[in-house]
Design a protein around this ligand. Structure first.
Ligand SMILES: *Cc1c(COP(=O)(O)O)cnc(C)c1O
Length: 422
């Protein structure tokens, strides 16, 4: 605060010396307080997500389960066996800590966890495709958010991209023709955020694996979203799971920890023991390594996944499982406090590059602000905690599926401040 007061006073002094009127003490305090608030908003802070996008990359993707937070505390408040084998009393590997859980969750022989899925792909390319060729179908040359563009990441790791097929149609024969003594990997990538439909053909994962086996070339799948079980249980369309990719025989499968897994940011690689051993031997791994807090949170989240009875303790699945009626009921409670609100049915989305085109029935509150929706959104973002809402047809909409019921009182607080100011 003091630094802000000094800065404001300096400005006032300069303004006064160049002939402006004295702004007075109140104005100085107000200006300093405004700077302080701006500082707070720029540093990392919790927000209320009223957007209805469950895995909102800009809002930190998956909220963590209480069990995951407890595990972080447990592992990070003191010392841990991060790289220490408690049986032998000798040095151990952090990469062994989640092996058993990931085997149960995906059926894979071996695993490795790195910083995120982008790091996982970088490590895989560097290990298997540096100075060699990576064969990719033209329908899978993905760009996901944040500048991750598959062809560019491949080029960065010194691999030569060999594109096969057409954008809409790719056949096994296209891959077969592209195989050469210099083939490093065959790559399959999940089209997370787009869909090619109409006059299309694609190669089945099993056919790709068969081709790779015959040629002795590892087949790798960038799965991205990382579903661990059939999402139809939550009324969503089927999303390919890590276990299915392993069953199809993929040598390596990479996915994110903070998308449909509902855990911390991490890149999980599962696959055959020999392929994983080669990744572990790559010195680049040291720069991509995952920290103890992430391992702790990921372990706790995987444990909740393994037993379907505990899955909904993961906030993502709790939010997905909430009946629309329960959301409407909460919306009506807000409406009773603020008669300007309307209870509305909305469409929520999984987000995080998963199921981008499949809406999830949801509900929330909406209102038409007198001064326009954009300034009203800004006011809500200035609340404590900030509330991020969205605009639909000039109305401000707050989707309640992505807001924890215990936070409804804070939503009410943000709305009270907004309506009081109007
Ligand atoms: C999201 C995604 C990635 C990147 O994952 P991060 O964990 O954000 O690095 C890579 N590939 C695909 C297909 C994705 O959907």
């Amino acid at each position: 605060m003091k630094a802000h007061v000094v800065a404001v006073l300096d400005e006032q002094r300069a303004a006064f010396l160049s002939g402006d009127d004295d702004a007075g003490g109140e104005a100085v305090i107000a200006a300093a307080a405004q700077r302080l608030a701006r500082d707070a908003a720029r540093s990392l802070t919790g927000v209320l997500n009223g957007t209805g996008v469950l895995l909102h990359t800009n809002l930190g993707r998956a909220p963590l389960a209480d069990e995951a937070l407890d595990a972080i505390r447990d592992a990070a408040a003191g010392y841990s066996n991060l790289e220490f084998d408690l049986e032998s009393g000798e040095r151990g590997s952090r990469y062994d800590r989640l092996g058993g859980l990931l085997r149960v969750a995906t059926g894979a022989e071996a695993s490795l966890v790195v910083n995120n899925c982008a790091a996982a792909m970088l490590l895989i390319f560097d290990t298997f495709a540096r100075g060699r060729e990576a064969i990719v179908a033209r329908n899978a040359l993905i760009e996901i958010g944040g500048g991750f563009r598959l062809p560019d990441v491949l080029a960065r790791s010194g691999a030569t991209l060999v594109e096969v097929g057409a954008t809409n149609k790719v056949y096994a024969a296209d891959f077969a023709r592209a195989l050469s003594p210099n083939s490093g990997i065959i790559l399959r990538a999940h089209p997370s955020n787009y869909r090619i439909s109409g006059f299309v053909a694609d190669v089945t994962p099993a056919d790709l694996v068969a081709l790779g086996r015959r040629a002795g070339v590892p087949v790798v799948e960038d799965l991205g979203t990382g579903a661990l079980f059939d999402l139809r249980a939550y009324g969503l369309p089927h999303e390919r799971t890590a276990g299915e990719a392993i069953t199809d025989g993929m040598d390596l499968v990479a996915f994110s920890g903070d998308k449909l897994l509902g855990g911390p940011q991490a890149g999980i690689i599962v696959g055959g023991a020999s392929a994983i051993a080669r990744l572990r031997a790559n010195p680049l791994l040291r720069a991509l390594r995952v920290d103890k807090a992430t391992l702790a949170a990921l372990g706790a989240t995987l444990r909740l996944h393994v037993d379907p009875a505990t899955r909904e303790r993961i906030p993502l699945y709790r939010m997905l499982a909430t009946p629309v009626d329960a959301l409407r009921e909460r919306a009506r409670a807000l409406q009773r406090q603020f008669p300007a609100l309307a209870v509305v049915d909305t469409e929520a989305f999984a987000g995080g590059g998963s199921l981008p085109l499949d809406p999830i029935a949801s509900a929330g509150v909406a209102f038409l602000p007198a001064g326009g929706a954009t300034p009203a959104l800004a006011r809500l973002r200035a609340a404590a905690p900030p509330l991020v809402a969205r605009i639909d047809d000039a109305r401000v909409v707050i989707d309640l599926r992505t807001i924890d019921p215990t936070d409804d009182v804070r939503v009410a607080g943000a709305l009270a401040a907004l309506f009081a100011a109007n």
